[in-house]
Design a protein around this ligand. Structure first.
Ligand code: ADE
Length: 225
């Protein structure tokens, strides 16, 4: 998979790409994450932002650098989706991450300041995603969140293949509680059934706990079929 990120702050992605699962995915060539600095695609003044029409305060990223960069990339690759991260986009969920992890090439556009010229959203972008109902100062952190949620799902990335399948939100359920050694810590015990070795009982316990926790913590997930 190839993920091309358009941003004014490419350095933010250096740390993302150099740890743990994402680093492993990049090193094993399961994914390529490239950043493109929008300033390199602006006109000679390297000006990437300007005042909004209509007297609204703040700055807006201009359409030219975004369009120039995307035109340049499109000459080399075909893209399945061009994603813009924005608080008024569709809320990211596991189903969307699963979908995106099956694509070959995507572009992610990070906004900053008041966002991007609306013509980018109307004519260039194919999908708008939000990571939550709160406003961050730019699209870089949301892009990092999105990349992580996609990349960990790529085949062969998470050690135990079944592990991604048992995540919370796969099947619209919250995962059951998990425990590790020691069996008793300061009098706190691991549930007996998990030590029984009886796989069908363990499976039933996990399924029951999953349902119980979903009903208790996130009953809205049952509406999300
Ligand atoms: N940019 C700023 N805030 C955001 C959010 N919550 N989700 C996606 N992009 C954003």
């Amino acid at each position: 998979m190839r993920i091309d990120v358009l941003t004014l702050f490419p350095d933010v992605f250096d740390s993302l790409n150099s740890f743990s699962i994402i680093k492993k995915a990049i090193d094993s060539k399961k994914v390529e994450v490239n950043t493109y600095n929008l300033r390199d695609y602006a006109d000679n003044s390297r000006k990437v932002d300007d005042y909004p029409y209509g007297g609204i305060p703040g700055m807006v990223i201009k359409i030219e650098p975004i369009d120039n960069c995307i035109e340049y990339l499109k000459k080399k690759n075909n893209y399945d989706e061009i994603i813009y991260l924005t608080p008024d986009g569709v809320l990211l969920n596991q189903k969307e991450s699963n979908y995106l992890s099956n694509l070959k090439n995507i572009i992610i556009i990070c906004g900053h300041y008041k966002g991007v010229d609306h013509r980018v959203r109307e004519h260039i972008v194919t999908k708008e995603i939000s990571i939550g109902d709160y406003v961050l100062s730019g699209g870089e952190l949301p892009a990092a969140v999105l990349c992580d949620s996609i990349i960990r799902l790529l085949p062969g990335i998470i050690g135990d293949e079944s592990s991604a399948l048992s995540d919370t939100f796969q099947d619209n359920l919250i995962a059951p509680p998990i425990y590790t050694r020691p069996e008793i810590y300061k009098g706190l015990k691991v549930p007996k059934v998990l030590l029984s070795g009886n796989q069908s009982e363990i499976q039933k316990w996990n399924d029951d706990k999953s349902l119980e926790r979903t009903k208790l913590l996130r009953p809205n997930l049952f509406d999300n079929e």
